[in-house]
Write a protein that binds this ligand. Structure first.
Ligand SMILES: [Zn+2]
Ligand SMILES: [Zn+2]
Length: 400
């Protein structure tokens, strides 16, 4: 019989990779803590309609990449392709916006998209992200970006921040008109863009196809069409970024194709890959049936961050090496050291001290506490440094 394998694009994460994964999530979690975010834990499955209405039927995510299925009661469900829709659904459903003057929520977990699996892009992937709901002040845009900036510093990833403003329902229509009329006279766009130019012309600007990039070089940009409110918001954000020394690049091609996105959009980019993307979406909550609520958030792809992260060096591992007569003492030693917060392994395999020391070495021990028959008699332990091979006698475990 053939062994059962994991599904394509659904990866197992273990050893060093699992450590990297947790290093990343713990880094963001620590920042969410000091920025006073609260966690929201949400279901992985939602009604498909939620994503149709939020992520939009015209985006690739919904059109091509969602895992959709029917349950036994013929409900049409989807594995969540992203996190924001679920947060907003929950906030509206549970009336959370009426419980606090504003909300700062973060989430973490698996997301699902039926894409061609490649490095850093899996069908089950993981995101960590947040949503700030009920604050329209550009200082809240700054805080969210600053938090991300700190995260990359802590993860030791050298990154480029790109920002843009994509306006609002007041100023965007005239821009969209200008862009559409520009695009009408452009020939040779890719097949996707041919379709996008009427349905969703902004998306043409972030097409990755070279000819499309070339053909839209001279296209009008949103920044020239911002209304006073959007323009002031964007200026304030830049002032905060400048004041607090966060380097950024303005990228007029940074867009989101959806109407509920407004004003600020930003991405953190490394080697051409977007590791984290965010922006303001002042109209999403209302469009899903909630009260009119300004909002901003971001999501970071953990697998993508892992491509550029080194696992943090570990705390030392203490091993306890014994002979049969000293086994009880060995367990006692391990208990004692663990009580003091040390990472400890009793070497239960191996028939003699020499073999046990070899095993200790193989599992990456920093130290071995050796309890042989002579040591037991004398009431001492031998502490061996596994790297320098130095040994010394110790009487008291508290000295370790
Ligand atoms: Zn505007
Ligand atoms: Zn294109």
């Amino acid at each position: 019989m053939e062994n059962i394998k994991a599904i394509r694009g659904f990866d197992d994460v273990f050893f060093e990779e699992a450590k990297k994964f947790r290093f990343i999530t713990n880094t963001f979690r620590e920042l969410f803590r000091i920025y006073n975010f609260e966690e929201i834990i949400l279901p992985i499955v939602e009604y498909k309609e939620l994503f149709d209405r939020s992520v939009g039927e015209i985006t690739d995510i919904v059109q091509k990449e969602m895992f959709v299925f029917e349950d036994k009661s013929k409900r049409v469900l989807a594995l969540r392709p992203e996190g924001t829709a679920g947060v907003v659904r929950s906030v509206i459903e549970n009336g959370l916006l009426y419980k606090k003057p504003f909300l700062k929520l973060f989430y973490e977990g698996p997301m699902f998209r039926y894409e061609r699996p490649q490095s850093g892009r899996k069908r089950q992937f993981h995101q960590i992200g947040c949503e700030v709901l009920g604050l329209e002040d550009p200082a809240s845009d700054f805080e969210v970006i600053k938090l991300c900036f700190e995260a990359f510093k802590m993860l030791n990833i050298d990154i480029t921040l790109e920002i843009n403003s994509i306006g609002c329902p007041v100023c965007r229509p005239s821009y969209r008109e200008a862009l559409t009329s520009y695009l009408t006279n452009v020939e040779g766009l890719c097949k996707d863009c041919e379709e996008r130019r009427f349905k969703n012309p902004l998306r043409v600007l972030d097409c990755k196809v070279e000819t499309c990039k070339d053909l839209t070089k001279e296209a009008p940009v949103m920044l020239d069409y911002l209304c006073e409110d959007c323009s002031n918001h964007y200026k304030s954000l830049k002032t905060y970024l400048d004041t607090f020394n966060i380097p950024y690049k303005e990228n007029p091609r940074l867009v989101r194709g959806l109407d509920y996105y407004t004003k600020t959009v930003f991405e953190f980019i490394k080697d051409g890959l977007t590791l984290l993307a965010g922006g303001r979406y002042d109209n999403l909550i209302e469009s899903l049936g909630g009260p009119k609520t300004p909002a901003i958030g971001f999501a970071a792809g953990i697998e993508r961050l892992m491509l550029f992260t080194e696992a943090k060096s570990e705390e030392p591992l203490y091993t306890v090496v014994y002979i049969e007569d000293t086994k009880l003492e060995a367990i006692k030693v391990a208990n004692e050291l663990r009580k003091n917060g040390k990472r400890v392994e009793i070497i239960l395999k191996g028939s003699n001290l020499k073999k046990k020391l070899e095993i200790a070495d193989k599992i990456g021990a920093s130290f071995a506490i050796i309890i042989g028959p002579d040591e037991l008699k004398k009431g001492i332990y031998i502490l061996k440094n596994m790297f320098t091979k130095e040994q010394k006698e110790i009487k008291n475990l508290g000295d370790i």
